[in-house]
Design a protein around this ligand. Structure first.
Ligand SMILES: C[S@@+](CC[C@H](N)C(=O)[O-])C[C@H]1O[C@@H](n2cnc3c(N)ncnc32)[C@H](O)[C@@H]1O
Length: 310
């Protein structure tokens, strides 16, 4: 049956009629069995899950057209300044917007290079450092489908939601009932709102334009808190320390889960903070082998850490 549908590309109305006509053609004694199978089978998962990937790719493409290649905005004064202070030649490439194939195309078009010349700094011969300010689709799928438990009825907070990758990923890859993004940059909040309105995602997604340090009750009530490289590139050291202290004081719901990139130890190691990790969290081990996608980048997945709040 599916091979017939696959070979012909039908629109919704024709596909619906074709399905109804198949049902009408089923012998009466087998119809209840067939209907039960349609209601309970996993055979449709392949179709529904690849549809989620397609919508997320469409959102990424949409965002690409609305942003410069580096996906950074002039309103991110400190981040732009920090980019220029990197000791190794570095490109900012947003992994949600650009997968490896997209980067290859940009390189072919001469709009980007993966390498630079060791002597003069031109983009010729040694690999450049790549920094991404968003999770890739692959990381989002790993996070929501393999790291986190069933999120039915749960509230997720993405601290520093930027383009909304964690929000959109959560919408399509999880059943979380509410996913909040808190982002201090107004331009990025407006961009997330445009996508939420265009793809009609407002029922479960909400963007808050604020410094996370004003959102105590949101953090206190969250079941899952996601912190992907939130502060390091965007705040000076004293602000990073102040923000981590605030996170420590308010991410306190027992058994809630905290996802970080990189590890808490690494994020806090160079800051003047008084945070006793062993009194706050328990690190939970992750199984990378459960994720067998062809394009899985194990090195990127190994940067993701999961903690249970004590
Ligand atoms: C690396 S991006 C994370 C993107 C997104 N969470 C993801 O994983 O795809 C970090 C974002 O955090 C925002 N940010 C940094 N400090 C913040 C703060 N104190 N309150 C709210 N947003 C903050 C930055 O503006 C930046 O857009």
């Amino acid at each position: 049956m599916f091979s017939v549908f696959k070979s012909v590309s039908m629109d919704f109305a024709s596909a619906r009629l074709a399905i109804l006509s198949v049902l009408q053609g089923v012998c009466a004694e087998d119809l209840p069995r067939l209907l039960r199978w349609m209601r309970t089978t996993n055979d449709f998962d392949e179709f529904t899950s690849s549809n989620d990937d397609i919508i997320l790719r469409n959102i990424a493409e949409d965002l690409r057209h609305r942003l410069p290649t580096e996906a950074m905005l002039s309103s991110e004064h400190l981040a732009v300044q920090k980019l220029h202070q990197q000791t190794k030649p570095t490109v900012h490439i947003d992994a949600f917007l650009y997968d490896d194939d997209c980067i290859d195309s940009l390189c072919e078009e001469g709009k980007m290079s993966r390498n630079y010349c060791l002597t003069c700094g031109s983009h010729q011969t040694a690999p450049l450092e790549f920094i991404s300010h968003s999770f890739s689709l692959m990381e989002l799928k790993f996070l929501y489908r393999h790291v986190l438990p069933d999120l039915t009825g749960k509230a997720v907070v993405d601290v520093g939601s930027r383009l909304g990758a964690v929000l959109f990923g959560g919408y399509f890859y999880s059943s979380a009932s509410q996913i909040y993004g808190v982002e201090m940059n107004t331009d990025f909040c407006q961009l997330q709102e445009v996508i939420i309105a265009k793809y009609q995602l407002h029922e479960r997604l909400k963007v808050i334009n604020a410094d996370i340090c004003t959102q105590a009750s949101l953090l206190q009530n969250a079941d899952i808190i996601v912190m992907n490289n939130v502060f390091e590139y965007f705040l000076d050291r004293s602000e990073q320390a102040r923000s981590w202290e605030f996170i420590r004081q308010n991410v306190i719901k027992k058994s809630s889960l905290l996802v970080t990139v990189p590890s808490l130890e690494k994020s806090l190691s160079e800051l003047q903070v008084d945070i006793q990790l062993n009194q706050w969290v328990e690190a939970l081990p992750l199984d990378y082998d459960v994720f067998l996608e062809e394009d899985a980048d194990r090195e990127a997945l190994e940067q993701i850490y999961l903690y249970k709040i004590l």
